[in-house]
Design a protein around this ligand. Structure first.
Ligand code: ADP
Ligand code: MG
Length: 681
């Protein structure tokens, strides 16, 4: 019998306990055996001579010098004590635990756990054992800590898991293909599971964890591939057909030559267009990497094949701007373009709708209106969304349903670290533009505190007096909308006075679409030199003469947004500057400012953002579709994920090829019954 069909009741527990376990998601024996500890308390005394730098250690020793306490401001303190541990004297440090000073006396024995700094011979404490009783109770322990409900006792759970191993341990089956177990010298499944609950030591723990992380990620990736294959079989796509020479002609007529990365992703996309399966591709590329022209080529190929194309963007200003860029790239080829947005006057809209329906329009550029309104497409063959974060899975699906299995391309300038991308968007193929067009200048970025704001204004004025333009962005969030708007207006007035006769414009989300458009137009024409804006997306525009980006209260923006905003400058030939004005209150806020100053690379920034925040927060837990892994941690197990993915690909393809001549295989059984709703539209 499979352990995942064997209920925990078989271990002889009360109904009450069964319910409590169920609340933790533990129903079967398999659930119980894979309910791994989330950490371990290791209070075994360490041998400092062997301890590595930054390792957690537990030491016991005699206090040989009076403790000394230092204060930093009102709340922060540092307490230091010299302790003799065997034959060496080390320094023990507590932060913000000033009250311990009175309790620690010269000549007494104490024990602590914490991080070991080898060079400074110093331990930064996170657990303190002062009393004899505490030391007896804790020292020497190496115990798994489980996440439990208040009424379940840790000891009881541990015992139960132990019983489960005694009774069923022999039935734990190897699930990984032997090839991979051998290739990476992985511990057998049963042993790894046992070590995770009852580790003998750090080495065994690490081996066990490595094995289970690999297993979890390998199976996860197998499921993704399996489903993707099924999905592709089920959704036959359009077989686009077009002359390669015409595409080449378009490319060679561009005012610039494409980067290698652009060439590569174009080939990937064209390949998908020609294939009979439905394209479902994510195109990632940093701000300014030239995604628009890639979209244009794809739309052209789609047009040549006799289909209508749609480009969906988050805002009306962007819709107009994209329509203009596409127009300039494609109108010479007889392509007719129509814009459809929510705020269009009814006559214009009726006209657009009828052109879409009749097929007079070859390409439709629009906002959400494209899917919200009763739009009837003529022959929809390709949908491209820009900034796919702004469109939910459902919306993309809704648009797709308007046509007959159109190919789908989602473009995003918020690069997600590859490993996360392939996990979350596992069912999508990914193309990445990983280089910028030649000759791009990187933007110089500075971070200053608010007290230097007057000097920033000075600098701003001088820059604009030279004939350049500038953005000043102020955050506006719903919770503090009123105050935020007030701030923006204040800054606008301040700049209007300080920078006269230069002209300053104000753009905020409360304005009507027409008002916004008017301000943007004035800025594009350089009638306005300084644009104060609260709305981030509205500035997703291309004004190459703008060389300065000032972001007020920058710490209130996320890293992705900051990088995105910064990408609005540095679009021309002139050196551009970005100034972040912020007095961040948290460590993370400070770190974000540093990252911005240090890096201009969107991928690097998103990697560090991921480290800073963890994957759930990085993607926004709710819509992230991130799987709930039992043991794998996507921010630290990136290498294993990459390997597991390749192996899974290899394995699933091979299974496909041999088409199951083999006998029962537990992994295939698992894949066959898997439903991973989150990854499918
Ligand atoms: P993004 O990827 O941010 O959408 P865009 O498509 O708006 O970037 O491109 C930014 C600018 O770079 C545009 O003015 C575009 O014409 C230009 N551009 C795109 N590709 C190249 C290239 N290969 N060489 C030079 N300039 C390019
Ligand atoms: Mg773009």
């Amino acid at each position: 019998m499979n352990l995942d069909q064997l209920p925990v009741e078989t271990l002889g527990i009360t109904e009450e306990k069964r319910e409590e376990l169920a609340r933790l998601g533990i129903i079967s024996i398999e659930d119980l055996l894979t309910y791994f500890p989330f950490r371990y308390d290791d209070f075994r005394l360490s041998d400092l001579a062997r301890a590595e730098n930054d390792e957690r250690v537990t030491i016991q020793g005699v206090v040989v010098r009076q403790p000394s306490l230092r204060w930093y401001g009102k709340k922060k303190s540092r307490l230091a004590v010299k302790v003799q541990v065997e034959d060496q004297v080390i320094q023990v440090i507590w932060f913000n635990q000033f009250y311990l000073k009175k309790k620690i006396r010269l000549g007494e024995t104490i024990a602590v756990s914490g991080r070991w700094n080898e060079k400074r011979k110093e331990v930064t404490v996170d657990r303190t054992f002062l009393t004899e009783m505490d030391r007896q109770k804790y020292l020497g322990r190496f115990e798994p800590i489980y996440s439990i409900t208040r009424t379940l006792k840790m000891k009881w759970l541990r015992q139960l898991i132990h019983n489960a191993f005694v009774k069923y341990g022999a039935q734990i089956q190897e699930i990984l293909p032997e090839t991979y177990v051998k290739r990476y010298r992985l511990l057998p499944r049963a042993q790894a599971m046992y070590y995770l609950h009852f580790p003998k030591g750090k080495k065994e723990y690490h081996q066990a964890r490595r094995r289970m992380v690999y297993e979890e990620l390998f199976i996860y990736e197998c499921k993704l591939m399996w489903l993707k294959k099924k999905h592709q079989h089920a959704h036959e796509g359009i077989r686009h057909s077009f002359a390669a020479s015409k595409i080449e002609a378009l490319i060679s007529n561009l005012p610039f030559s494409l980067t290698d990365a652009q060439q590569r992703v174009i080939q990937e996309i064209l390949h998908d267009l020609k294939a009979p399966v439905q394209m479902n591709r994510l195109l990632q590329g940093d701000v300014g990497s030239g995604k628009t022209v890639v979209a244009a080529v794809a739309l052209y190929a789609n047009f040549l094949s006799g289909y209508q194309g749609a480009l969906m963007v988050p805002t009306e200003i962007l819709a107009d701007q994209h329509a203009k860029s596409l127009e300039s790239l494609l109108s010479a080829y007889g392509i007719r373009l129509v814009v459809l947005t929510g705020s269009m006057k009814s006559k214009a809209r009726r006209e657009a709708l009828s052109q879409i329906e009749s097929g007079e329009a070859d390409i439709v550029v629009g906002t959400h209106a494209l899917i919200q309104e009763p739009v009837t497409f003529h022959r929809l063959g390709l949908i491209i969304t820009d900034e796919q974060h702004r469109f939910g899975v459902k919306q993309r699906a809704a648009l797709r349903e308007k046509g007959l299995h159109p190919d789908v391309l989602c473009m995003t300038a918020t690069p997600i670290p590859r490993t996360l991308a392939i996990t979350v968007f596992g069912e999508m193929d990914i193309s990445t533009i990983d280089e910028l067009p030649e000759g791009r200048q990187s933007v110089h970025t500075y971070w200053t505190k608010k007290d230097l704001w007057p000097r920033v204004i000075d600098y701003l004025r001088k820059e604009c007096e030279k004939g350049f333009q500038a953005y000043v962005i102020c955050p506006l969030i719903e919770e503090s909308e009123k105050i935020d708007l007030q701030n923006a207006v204040e800054i606008y007035e301040q700049l209007t006075t300080a920078c006269a006769p230069l002209r300053v414009g104000l753009l905020h989300g409360k304005m009507s679409a027409e008002e916004k458009e008017e301000v943007m137009k004035l800025f594009t024409q350089n009638t306005i030199q300084i644009l104060v804006s609260t709305t981030v997306v509205e500035v997703g525009v291309n004004v190459p003469n703008a060389t300065m980006m000032v972001i007020y209260d920058a710490d209130r923006f996320g890293l992705a947004q900051l990088h995105q905003l910064r990408g609005r400058v540095g679009r021309g030939v002139h050196q551009s500057t970005c100034v972040l004005i912020a007095n961040p209150k948290s460590e993370i806020g400070i770190e974000r400012m540093r990252i911005m100053v240090e890096s201009n690379d969107g991928f690097e920034i998103s990697r560090r953002d991921l480290q800073l925040r963890g994957p759930g927060d990085f993607l926004g837990i709710k819509q992230s579709g991130l799987p709930d892994f039992k043991i794998a941690d996507l921010s630290s197990d990136v290498k294993i994920l990459e390997i597991a993915r390749l192996d899974a690909m290899e394995w699933v393809n091979q299974i496909e090829a041999t088409r199951l001549t083999e006998k029962y295989n537990p992994l295939i059984a698992l894949l066959e019954e898997s439903t991973m709703v989150h990854s499918l539209d």
